[in-house]
Design a protein around this ligand. Structure first.
Ligand SMILES: Cc1ncc(COP(=O)(O)O)c(C=O)c1O
Length: 386
């Protein structure tokens, strides 16, 4: 039997590693700092709103673009935090998580053979969805130690076949918050070559140093940008899978065309709940960021004490480390053995790279966990160097 084309194109990528690591954690009782999900629920009023919606019968197919109330709340959020105006009826569209927003955007916009410039390491669904669209990824590598964007490399990655740029800021797994200079450079390239930008901003409220700037807020960018976000990270309900795009009507139409054949509509009772979340006062968003900042600092300090080279993230849930100071250089093997060696699970960054040499010695730890869980993981990791 011939091997399926898609799995050939995705050699070395894949969420299979998350499943493998989570299964390892479950089987061994290890502390799971692998997959990025919080170990406590989000705000009570948001949870209550979902329960109330279920009990009041909001359990059938909701409107395809998302409920009007949720679309209005998303538009208000863009205005409140970034001063961006979007029309809730024509420029906001609800999806089944950011994952579907990205998939539907790529499937709706790409023709076979089109090229996509993306910044590696990349969230692994990017490579998969580009491949599913029959398109080609053109990585621009963000390299250690500072994961700086090489503006010349970005310009060289663009060819006559390039149709879009796929950006993620704040960035999983390296925690980079793209600077204004970086965003200006990306915008300049997009405008010069008439490219679309898909900007994955699911960690928009998880910025600890600096500020999050949506690329759509830059001059000339609103008309060519699909901004993607999700309730999963902002409200700590990653299992609800409510995401959205904000984009001009022609780009929303492309997303809608693909989405209607992927999932048709998205989780009815969660939409009123996310509406409540988006309308929470500023204090919720501030406290959420502050809590995660403390966790970041706690795990960064612990990983340094345990002997890792730590790349301190400016945003997201994740800390990328280099294991070479521990005398090791194969992140995949390291992660596969870590549960047995010290009872902790992490994720090898190599699964986010085309450049397997650059990604090889890097390992990612998630800090969206309770303080005592972080402390237990650190205590165990300190045993490694002994
Ligand atoms: C960069 C990035 N984009 C998208 C997603 C997926 O978001 P959702 O769970 O809303 O589909 C994740 C989840 O880990 C992510 O890290």
């Amino acid at each position: 039997m011939r091997r399926p084309v898609l799995s050939r194109k995705l050699e070395g990528f894949g969420t299979t590693i998350f499943a493998e690591m989570s299964a390892l954690a479950a089987a061994t009782g290890a502390v799971n700092l692998g997959q990025g999900f919080p170990d406590s629920d989000g705000p009570r009023e948001v949870l209550d709103a979902a329960v109330a919606a279920m009990r009041s019968g909001q359990n059938q197919y909701p409107p395809g673009p998302g409920t009007a109330d949720l679309r209005h709340a998303i538009a208000e959020h863009q205005q409140r935090f970034y001063g961006i105006e979007v029309d809730p009826d024509t420029e906001v569209f609800v999806t089944t998580g950011a994952t579907e927003a990205i998939a539907a955007s790529l499937l709706g916009l790409l023709d076979p053979g089109d090229e996509v410039v993306a910044f590696e390491p990349y969230y692994d669904s990017y490579a998969a969805c580009i491949a599913m669209a029959g398109a080609v990824r053109r990585p621009v590598t963000l390299r250690t130690p500072d994961f700086a964007l090489d503006h010349d490399e970005l310009r060289r990655a663009v060819t006559p076949r390039t149709k879009l740029v796929l950006l993620n800021t704040p960035h999983n797994p390296i925690g980079k918050v793209f600077s204004r200079e970086d965003l200006d450079a990306i915008a300049a390239v997009a405008i010069e070559h008439d490219l679309i930008v898909i900007s994955d901003e699911v960690y928009e409220h998880l910025v600890f140093d600096g500020v999050h700037t949506p690329i759509a807020s830059l001059p000339g960018m609103a008309e060519r940008t699909i901004t993607v976000s999700s309730a999963g990270k902002t409200f700590s309900f990653t299992g609800w899978k409510v995401g959205w795009v904000c984009a001009p009507p022609d780009l929303v139409a492309a997303v809608r065309t693909a989405k209607q054949f992927l999932t048709y509509v998205s989780g009815a009772p969660f939409q009123p709940a996310v509406t409540v979340g988006l309308r929470l006062p500023d204090s919720y968003f501030e406290e959420f960021t502050n809590d995660l900042r403390i966790k970041r600092d706690r795990l960064c300090a612990g990983l340094e004490e345990a002997g890792f080279l730590v790349f301190r993230p400016a945003g997201t849930y994740f800390i990328t480390t280099d294991i070479r100071p521990l005398g090791e250089d194969d992140g995949l093997e390291f992660c596969r053995s870590l549960a047995d060696r010290c009872g902790v699970v992490a994720v090898p960054n190599v699964v986010f790279y085309d450049d397997k040499v650059e990604g090889g010695p890097l390992v990612r730890f998630a800090f969206c966990k309770r303080h005592e869980v972080i402390d237990e993981a650190v205590a165990r990791l300190k045993g490694l160097a002994r």
